[in-house]
Design a protein around this ligand. Sequence first.
Ligand code: AMP
Length: 281
Amino acid sequence: MRTIRTVAEMRAYVAAARRDSRSVGLVPTMGAFHAGHHSLMRAARERCDEVVVWLFVNPRQFEEANDLAAYPRDEVRDAAEAAELGVDVLFAPAVDEVYPPGFGTSVHVDGLSDVLEGAERGVSHFTGVCTVVTKMLNMVTPDLAFFGQKDAQQVAVLRRMVRDLNVPVELAVLPTVREPDGLALSSRNVRLSPDERRRATALSRALHAAEAAVGAGERDAGAIGAAARAAMGDVEPEYLALVDPDSFQPVQNLNGRVLVAVAARIGEVRLIDNTLIHKAS
Ligand code: AMP
């Protein structure tokens, strides 16, 4: 596996792959790999001739300086894991390579960026995500880019952006990988104390309770939300919402697909999770 730091070298690598008609898959990450990242890399390895993993802790999508400072980083371990999984290139540019002095452009998706995660973290969050993903897609020009359902709103925003801007890439979305007790894997989980780690299962418990309520025939979003909230015990959600998975607008009655999305702070650590309920009618 090769580690690339510059856009010029990345472009040269992809140009050579294109000359040989080799397909290129891209896995965008902020590092501190876990089994969720591994599953994206495995999927890319299966579907593409060349697999590029983007490793960049994007300062523009963090609204809190201490969250950015505390974000776990271990490139040496990440590189070893990516190599083990058959990744061809770890593309890990420095901040100045991505945002050179004078950088002044941003990409913003209206509407979708303003609710739930956008409302809690500030609209600059998804603007930061869209801007860096646009740049990354232009640097690597992949055929396929792999994302996790764990960040469901990010997927919806990026799908809209790719459609609106006619970006020539296919997005592949992989299911959320979980711990045996249901906690969704996240790079932030390492910051949980043992007690917080136990309390963190409140998010997945809420989602299970929502699924169980729907399974038992409940169709009223308020009642399903109340059942989910009750399952969280003393963990107060930042939001717990039943929304349309494409528009992220609230649903009142279940009739089709619905996304149950939850966010909560456990101590200092902000966690999110979601489940897509298909058979709602
Ligand atoms: P991150 O490094 O946290 O920005 O995540 C990089 C990619 O991995 C994103 O597309 C995430 O949605 C995805 N991802 C994060 N956690 C999980 C998980 N538990 N299961 C599957 N994918 C995940």
